[in-house]
Write a protein that binds this ligand. Sequence first.
Ligand code: 8X3
Length: 253
Amino acid sequence: MEKKIVLITGASSGIGEGCARKFAMNGYRLILNGRNMEKLTAVKRELETEYRADVCLLPFDVRDRGAAKAALDSLPEEWKAIDILVNNAGLVIGVDKEHEGNLDEWDIVLDTNVKSLLAMTRLVVPGMVERGRGHVINMGSIAGDYAYPGGSVYCASKAAVKALSDGLRIDLVDTPVRVTNIKPGLVETNFSVVRFRGDKSAADNVYKGIRPLTGDDIAEVVYFAAAVPEHIQVAEVLVMPANQATGTIVSRK
Ligand code: 8X3
């Protein structure tokens, strides 16, 4: 059988890197996007060495719509028929209150988490519809279900990811293309380091006394949603550490 092609945004670290590894070990062909060519190249080398993976790097900033289009247009013919789009790139900056935060930082969060995800969907999904097969997997968050202190804008962005996933699922209901929204809880990646503007000890505190999930753990769930038979549409998955119950209720030992 022909190997499937998966495009993962934000694939140079964290959940995106975990997804790249999981799909690589299962024989998928990978298009990896990120901003940091050095890190992307390191991931590509690892996957080629460990799994003999077929990897194509597509470095661009997802916020740059023109660059995204140019990059996708530049794909060689044998890489164009993308089967799975993992809209993973996302971030948060700061823990400011809604009425006190920095609007420029919030532009970055909303542009990356919402508008870029929409732009990638707009660029890739028409081909899926045309080919009569495809799957969009969006990285939502538990933050989209519950707003929490210091998370207002991030939570809003992930609520938007839920609405965009639900809306896309409605728009594609008469096609075979599936849409999944994965909603992780506490996952230890670079996420909190960026949130706390590089303050590693503040980031470490987020995961203190609990065993957080890893990017590889989330990749298990992403891969499950992708690998179930094609008549099954895993619409949403909320996935948390065993000692997390909601966005704010966590038992720390
Ligand atoms: C990341 C999960 O709980 O830090 O999306 O917002 S949380």
